[in-house]
Ligand binder design. Structure first.
Ligand SMILES: *Cc1c(COP(=O)(O)O)cnc(C)c1O
Length: 380
């Protein structure tokens, strides 16, 4: 079977290999069979090893859902009675964490920070110093709406100094940027199979400290379906998910993990960097501006400002690119009109070179000036 190869430059799901797609085609199986648990058991360890955790100290718990399910579960399951959460809020994904806490009516504090620069560590430390009841600090490793890289290691160090633990939403960095949970002071992190490991949607996982998960047995239960301890306990006892797992997605994840280890952590990160260099080459060539300085970006997503050109119409450019096999994505910033290009997935720099040719044709067809124009003078 020959499949069309679409290049997804949106922030997940990402382009997958044909071998990962085909891995889903398996004989029907009841996921309560031992054969199926035998696939998930090593997978749980592999998810821990990707972030260099010791499997005695860290474990991973798998869930059936998109990445947000892990945010929900980590936030609602890990807050002890009488404690408050602290969210470092500097983008649309950390805002989502705040929204989740509100939905559960959970007590929390918010460190609202600039969305275009790394957060102010002194302000964060001051909040922890003057609020002794913070159970965990929650931070987004890589804010996917803007491309901002957060100082997770430093924030984790501050959290630990004041007796709180650190939850990092690593969904858009995991298995792309090399992460070491010990070096970066991460107690919990999370990801989703359709992003870093280049698998299919529907499988997400929390990686975290066993001792804290064990303790969370006695924390308030705020959800029935979305509870970390319940799923952990079921996995430990049976090797299975409590409820029906995403069967075919798990077969794809098994293949994706094999391809992850075959490629290698550093080689993969270098490939993502190569892709981003090719993205930036086109940005510079056409005179586009980015919402954030490159020095503060993680190097996986960039938010590009719409040019001030009456012929610029994102939808039309998008549709042209889409018809030619390339998917680009709108931005997620409140005060700026942006679109995003992401260096995720099973692609490489030559795909980006082809993309810029198509993008240039799209701009010409729509009579967008090249190089692009901005009204305000760049103040650099
Ligand atoms: C993609 C992503 C998620 C999860 O989004 P879903 O649409 O639920 O898969 C969570 N956090 C971050 C930082 C992400 O990039």
């Amino acid at each position: 079977m020959q499949l069309e190869r679409n290049i997804l430059l949106n922030p997940g799901p990402s382009t997958t290999t044909d071998t990962v797609k085909m891995a889903q085609i398996v004989p029907d199986i009841c996921p309560r069979e031992k054969e199926f648990a035998d696939i998930m058991r090593p997978m749980r360890d592999e998810f821990v090893k990707i972030v260099h955790g010791d499997i005695e100290e860290y474990t991973s718990v798998l869930f059936c859902g998109s990445g947000t399910i892990c945010m929900d579960i980590a936030l609602n399951s890990l807050l002890e009675e009488g404690k408050r959460a602290l969210v470092i809020n500097n983008g649309s994904y950390s805002q989502r964490a705040v929204d989740i806490l509100k939905y559960y009516n959970m007590p929390f504090l918010e460190a609202k920070q600039s969305v275009i620069e790394p957060p102010n560590l002194i302000e964060i430390e001051n909040i922890l110093r003057s609020n002794k009841d913070i159970g965990y600090v929650y931070i987004t490793y890589h804010e996917t709406g803007t491309g901002l890289l957060n100082p997770v290691k430093e924030v984790g160090k501050i959290a630990h100094k004041y007796g709180a633990f650190l939850i990092a939403d690593t969904t858009s960095a995991y298995a792309m940027i090399p992460i070491n949970v010990y070096e970066e002071n991460i107690d919990f992190c999370m990801a989703s199979a359709q992003k870093g490991i280049m698998g299919m949607t529907g499988l997400s996982y929390i990686i975290g400290r066993r001792d804290i998960i064990e303790r969370s047995r006695n924390f308030p239960k705020r959800s029935y379906y979305c509870n970390l301890y319940m799923q952990y306990e079921f996995f430990e006892a049976t090797g299975e998910m409590h409820f029906t797992p995403p069967v075919q997605t798990i077969y794809a994840a098994k293949q994706a993990l094999k391809e992850y280890w075959d490629e290698g952590e550093l080689q993969k990160w270098n490939r993502h960097r190569r892709i981003m260099s090719a993205i930036r080459e086109g940005i510079d060539r056409f005179g586009f501006r980015e919402a954030l300085e490159r020095s503060v970006q993680a190097g996986l997503v960039t938010a590009i400002l719409y040019p001030d050109d009456e012929n610029w119409d994102f939808e039309k450019i998008h549709d042209y690119c889409y018809r030619h096999g390339f998917t680009i994505y709108p931005g997620k910033m409140q005060n700026h009109k942006t679109f995003r290009l992401c260096a995720f997935g099973a692609i490489d720099e030559q795909d980006i070179k082809r993309f810029w040719h198509v993008f240039e044709d799209a701009m010409r067809e729509n009579r967008v000036s090249i190089p692009v124009v901005y009204n305000e003078v760049d103040d650099e």
